[in-house]
Write a protein that binds this ligand. Structure first.
Ligand SMILES: NC(=O)c1ccc[n+]([C@@H]2O[C@H](COP(=O)([O-])OP(=O)(O)OC[C@H]3O[C@@H](n4cnc5c(N)ncnc54)[C@H](O)[C@@H]3O)[C@@H](O)[C@H]2O)c1
Length: 285
């Protein structure tokens, strides 16, 4: 039932889009990358080329295969260049209106049976799909950061998603070498629905139990086998990103555990964003 994918469009070549485009070209799929400027598109391609060169240096990729993969990516600033794509994966800013505008345009220009996927973390796939005239071909494909490394992709269906579009997205996730799981369009989908309140609980325990971040991380790693402590993980994700995701889940579900703990809000306001600013729960100087 899954449609054969010969050409993919990736809209937005930022952190996630560049990672997704890398997966596509490595899987041998012709890929069009769309950015708001050619400069940004080139920055995305440079990052992909850099990661693939590192693979060659490590001996996990042949030089000729690296060159062929990079050559499979074409860059554009025109959404119209995605007109003949069998699948378009959107990875632009996490805001509803720009996503809805983009999906309305993709709906107009692509073939009727092209599948349209959003990589949104916290917005409603259903609301994005509602901007199109054929919401049955809209799905969520939620990759995790860094997309080339983390195996999971959540494949999300709305009430209106039709089976062929859904199965196409699921099969394509597997073709990219990912481990797809099936879920419905609910706030936070699966992993973030569980992980975000859990991490917020961990931060609240810091104050309640007057435990240090080091000891909390040591506790969770050694007491439950977590590969990384919660404070290390929030620093890696970025405190601003985590606060934003918490706020979105809280707004959708109104469960107190979803709300960002004041300590995290203060850290975000102070610019202590974790690894990317070299200071968060830990110092990375
Ligand atoms: N960063 C994460 O950990 C993560 C994980 C999973 C999902 N996501 C989701 O992926 C999406 C992208 O996040 P990101 O972290 O890659 O953001 P980012 O800011 O790194 O990249 C977004 C890119 O989209 C570009 N862009 C904006 N509007 C555009 C448009 N109309 N057409 C083409 N390009 C456009 C921007 O120039 C930017 O380069 C968001 O929906 C986010 O929620 C992020």
């Amino acid at each position: 039932m899954a449609k054969e994918i010969r050409k993919v469009g990736v809209i937005g070549l930022g952190t996630m889009g560049a990672g997704i485009a890398q997966l596509c070209v490595e899987a041998g799929v012709e890929t069009v990358g769309r950015e708001v400027s050619l400069d940004l598109a080139e920055q995305g391609r440079d990052r992909i080329a850099h990661f693939l060169t590192r693979k060659v240096e490590k001996g996990t990729l042949e030089q000729a295969d690296r060159d062929a993969a990079v050559a499979r990516l074409t860059l554009t600033t025109a959404v119209a260049d995605c007109a003949d794509c069998d699948l378009v994966i959107e990875a632009i800013v996490e805001e509803l209106e720009p996503k809805r505008e983009l999906f309305a345009e993709l709906d107009r220009i692509t073939a009727e049976d092209a599948v349209l996927a959003t990589n949104t973390s916290a917005l409603s796939v259903t609301e994005i799909a509602a901007a199109t005239t054929r919401p049955e071909r809209v799905v969520g494909m939620h990759f995790f950061n860094p997309a080339p490394l983390l195996p999971l992709v959540e494949v999300i269906r709305t009430e209106l998603t039709a089976d062929p579009a859904y199965e196409t997205a699921y099969a394509f996730g597997a073709r990219l070498g990912k481990t797809p799981i099936r879920c419905n369009d609910t706030p936070g989908f699966v992993v973030n629905r569980v992980l975000i309140p859990l991490l917020n609980d961990c931060v609240r325990v810091l104050d309640e139990a007057r435990v240090t971040p080091e000891d909390l991380d040591t506790g969770m790693k050694n007491g439950t086998g977590w590969p990384m402590g919660p404070c290390e993980l929030i620093d890696l994700v970025g405190i601003d990103i985590h606060v934003h995701a918490s706020e979105a889940l809280y707004e959708a579900l109104r469960e107190p555990r979803m709300a960002a703990p004041p300590r995290l809000v203060r850290m975000a306001q102070a610019g202590l964003l974790g690894r990317k600013t070299k200071r968060g729960f830990y110092s990375y100087e």
